[in-house]
Design a binder for this molecule. Structure first.
Ligand code: F6R
Length: 242
């Protein structure tokens, strides 16, 4: 695990943008695994800027998002689908038919999960997977539990995650209770993983993930076993690492 220490959210975002842009420059037909949430917002702004200013090219890239809420249509303002279009996809030259999400409206969650796994495999697997981390060290929507989920699956969100995500909704009651998420195994198959963390509320999760016991109670701790992980922290999120 390589750790890049930065001072601010802005610089964390720049370091992440360099790595993702480097990936696309070296392999224009990269398969990216992308994340939503507050953490990558400025990274995506940097990528849009690189696209506009120096022609960072997404025309051959493919993307698979980590997760999507169950029960929100694609065009719902709170869907992760909409988030990604507003923050990145609508501003770069990625092909619409190269954008993949788990379908949170699917009637048969198991069939949908199998479809998503098959689509990732058909694309050749994920070259670079971007991750944020929850305060409870969740990655994707893989919440602390008794076992590491292998593949894409339907998850019931923890109360703490519903509360944390309620900042994007008008009330916690509106936050969906379930989501479809890549499994820990899906994430682990990515060739390179880039984990970003910003802010003091992530410091304990980052410390436990990097220095703690590898356990499904700390989902991100599995990343200690992956050969190609780059963790980028700002000062607050990295405060307990040194
Ligand atoms: C988002 C995702 C989540 C977030 C995590 C951190 O697609 O899968 O695991 O990365 O909840 O969220 P923020 O960045 O909002 O603190």
């Amino acid at each position: 695990l390589r750790i890049i220490y930065t001072d601010t959210y802005q610089n964390m975002s720049k370091e992440a943008a360099k790595i993702l842009a480097g990936q696309l420059w070296v392999k224009p037909d990269s398969v990216l695994g992308l994340a939503t949430g507050s953490t990558p917002v400025e990274l995506y702004q940097n990528l849009v800027w690189l696209h506009e200013a120096v022609g960072l090219d997404f025309s051959e890239a493919t993307s698979f998002n980590l997760d999507e809420y169950v029960g929100l249509p694609e065009d719902d303002p709170q869907s992760y689908h909409r988030f990604m279009h507003e923050n990145l996809f609508d501003h770069v030259n990625i092909r619409k038919d190269h954008i993949f999400f788990p379908n949170g409206m699917a009637k048969d969650a198991d069939a949908e999960a199998a479809r998503y796994e098959a689509a990732i495999a058909a694309a050749g697997g994920i070259d670079m997977q971007l991750l944020g981390i929850g305060r409870n060290a969740h990655i994707g929507f893989n919440e602390p539990g008794e076992a590491f989920a292998r593949t894409t699956h339907k998850v019931v969100l923890k109360k703490s995650t519903i509360e944390a995500n309620s900042r994007f909704f008008s009330s916690p009651d509106e936050v969906p209770r379930e989501a479809m998420s890549m499994g820990i195994g899906t994430i682990f198959h990515a060739r390179h993983i880039v984990l970003m963390a910003s802010g003091a509320e992530k410091a304990e999760a980052v410390r436990d993930a990097v220095c703690g016991t590898i356990t499904p109670r700390v989902p991100a701790s599995i990343l200690q076993l992956h050969p190609q992980v780059t963790l980028i922290v700002d000062r607050e999120a990295g405060a307990l690492l040194r």
